[in-house]
Design a protein around this ligand. Structure first.
Ligand SMILES: Nc1ncnc2c1ncn2[C@@H]1O[C@H](COP(=O)(O)OP(=O)(O)OP(=O)(O)O)[C@@H](O)[C@H]1O
Ligand SMILES: [Mg+2]
Length: 236
């Protein structure tokens, strides 16, 4: 579904991605882990068009998207839940969710049905729908950010830092919702700093180190990899 080949990107003269290769199959939950500064956010920004890559290829469902505008990438079916959530804090929860649907051309009825679907997935958002997003708790904000991404009706949802700063019970709830969405056909690529959580959620995992993917495989394989256990899982 998604094939990233030899992707190079950076900020000004400073290279950050040094030839990233990554492949996500349709129907997968894939996770991307790696130490701080490895380039995970930079990769997601390049994927969603927020940072034009210097070279390399991003093919999604057979279409080359490297360097395309963010709106074209969203329109192609990739939604990005950014690091830090970036909600419109002075807008209501409901309006934040509707903003996620702004590019859709399938009409108010379909959008209204998806809004209901979001409230079904995260019932707390229904209760909070008229409240300004800036007044939500961290967990509620993350649910709102995920739901806003889903409101574009993507086929691939990309999430940066799923669990950062959230209580374990909220993380479980989010992971359950993502599994349910995946069973309904959504493909996911999730950056997650907690490697144990990432490997439990995902079927496939990629490890990034200084701008490259240095390891990849099934979550099971990586969980049993001594180097991963030592570096990320607190085992020796
Ligand atoms: N806007 C920017 N301008 C210049 N350099 C940046 C910018 N954003 C990130 N960088 C640099 O790019 C490198 C990779 O950062 P990035 O945010 O992609 O890492 P990350 O893997 O997401 O880290 P974290 O786990 O801390 O979120 C870092 O060295 C960072 O300082
Ligand atoms: Mg990051």
């Amino acid at each position: 579904m998604l094939l990233i080949r030899n992707l190079h990107a950076g900020y000004g003269d400073v290279p950050v991605l040094w030839g990233v290769d990554l492949k996500v199959e349709h129907g997968d939950i894939a996770c991307l882990v790696g130490s701080n500064g490895a380039g995970k956010t930079t990769l997601l920004r390049a994927l969603s068009g927020l940072l034009p890559p210097n070279s390399g290829s991003i093919v999604f469902e057979g279409r080359e998207l490297a360097g395309a505008e963010p709106e074209r990438i969203l329109g192609a079916g990739i939604a990005h839940v950014p690091e830090g959530r970036r909600l419109f804090s002075a807008m209501s929860v409901r309006d934040n969710l509707l903003m996620g649907a702004y590019l859709r051309r399938d009409g108010a009825h379909a959008i209204g049905r998806d809004l209901e679907r979001m409230y079904g997935l995260f019932p707390i958002l229904r209760e909070r729908q008229a409240q300004d997003a800036g007044t939500l708790s961290g967990g509620e904000q993350q649910m709102c950010a995920v739901a806003r991404g889903l409101m574009s009706a993507p086929r691939l949802l990309v999430i940066d830092e799923l669990s950062l700063g959230l209580a374990p019970a909220v993380v479980d709830q989010l992971c359950d919702a993502l599994r349910r969405l995946n069973q309904e056909g959504l493909t996911l690529l999730v950056v997650e700093q907690d490697v144990a959580t990432a490997l439990e959620l995902a079927q496939h995992a990629f490890v990034m180190d200084t701008g490259r993917v240095t390891r990849s495989g099934s979550s099971e394989t990586l969980r049993n990899d001594p180097a991963i256990r030592e570096a990320y899982l607190g085992a020796i």
